[in-house]
Design a protein around this ligand. Structure first.
Ligand SMILES: Nc1ncnc2c1ncn2[C@@H]1O[C@H](COP(=O)(O)OP(=O)(O)OP(=O)(O)O)[C@@H](O)[C@H]1O
Ligand SMILES: [Mg+2]
Length: 281
């Protein structure tokens, strides 16, 4: 009997020692996790400040380049025009990159601001059309076509963010299409949703690549990256914004034939009215 009690005591001590060890390990992991969270927060804050600080001088560079091209400081020679155009287009690329990084930092930090307001979809489409027609101009073998249904409901959403989503999808469609068309369609889906579709006849996306297409910094292959440029942030931003507005985004594609991105947006994106119910892709 005594022996049994003794053995039980020894066992209990051993269990206690293990529990103590687990507690210590748990505390260590917690401390590590806190450190990582803080480092992540600092990184996002750093990125946001950096992007902001870089944007101001860059805007000045772009502004002066534009004024020079307009001839405000006197006529430019052909060579000077070429060089200032080069400065402007590279500055513009840098500005887009800064804005994308700033958006990603804000999205990750959860500080992205959403301003929901009533919006006439036809009014938004007029701006989107201007953007698409302008961007497609450089591609002589690509046509922009649109199919905007009659009877679309007025929507409540963040106009700037919705415009950003659609122009991002259109810019990809135009970038990755050498001939054929880029089509935008807008239809009503019942009483609670509007569906936007951006379709192209471009290079398409391999099925294996589709599941990670909305991940940050994903560019599907080095050849595509070298040829088309970009950073691989556009679709990540699109997906985060669609989520934030209570919508859903999906992609279908056939390599060599083209791609179709569909976005379902609630007619009312105010949180209490979030009627999307679906999981984003
Ligand atoms: N319409 C499309 N057709 C073919 N491939 C596409 C299309 N849209 C996106 N992709 C593929 O998905 C990748 C990620 O797209 P995303 O818009 O996130 O990045 P990006 O366009 O390369 O760069 P960024 O948008 O940051 O300038 C692209 O690099 C391309 O490989
Ligand atoms: Mg893109």
């Amino acid at each position: 009997m005594n022996d049994l009690v003794h053995r039980l005591k020894v066992k209990e001590q051993s269990v206690q020692a293990h529990i103590q060890l687990l507690k210590e390990k748990n505390d260590e992991l917690q401390a590590l996790s806190d450190k990582l969270k803080e480092a992540d927060r600092l990184k996002d804050q750093f990125l946001a400040i950096l992007s902001h600080e870089l944007r101001t001088p860059l805007t000045a560079i772009l502004g002066y380049a534009e004024l020079s091209l307009e001839g405000i400081y006197g006529p430019l020679t052909q060579k000077q025009t070429e060089i200032v155009t080069f400065i402007h287009s590279n500055g513009q690329k840098l500005l887009t990159l800064m804005e994308d990084l700033l958006d990603i930092a804000k999205i990750r930090a959860g500080t992205i601001e959403i301003n929901i307001e009533p919006l006439d979809p036809y009014d938004l489409m007029a701006d989107i059309r201007k953007y698409a027609e302008n961007s497609v101009r450089a591609k002589s073998d690509v046509r922009f076509v649109e199919d905007i249904h009659a009877g679309l409901p007025g929507i409540r959403t963040d106009r700037v963010k919705l415009e950003q989503i659609l122009t991002n999808l259109l810019s990809n469609a135009i970038k990755f299409t050498e001939r054929g068309h880029v089509a935008l369609s807008v239809t009503r889906e019942g009483d609670s949703r509007v569906k936007f579709t951006v379709e192209d006849t471009g290079i398409g996306i391999a099925p294996a690549h589709l599941p990670k297409i909305f991940d940050p910094f994903v560019q599907l292959d080095a050849g595509v990256r070298r040829r088309y440029g970009g950073t691989g942030l556009g679709l990540t931003i699109c997906k985060s914004l669609v989520d934030k507005l209570g919508g859903r985004i999906e992609v279908e594609s056939i390599p060599g034939s083209g791609s179709r991105f569909s976005v379902w947006m609630p007619v009312d994106s105010r949180p209490a009215h979030d009627s999307s119910g679906g999981q984003a892709a």
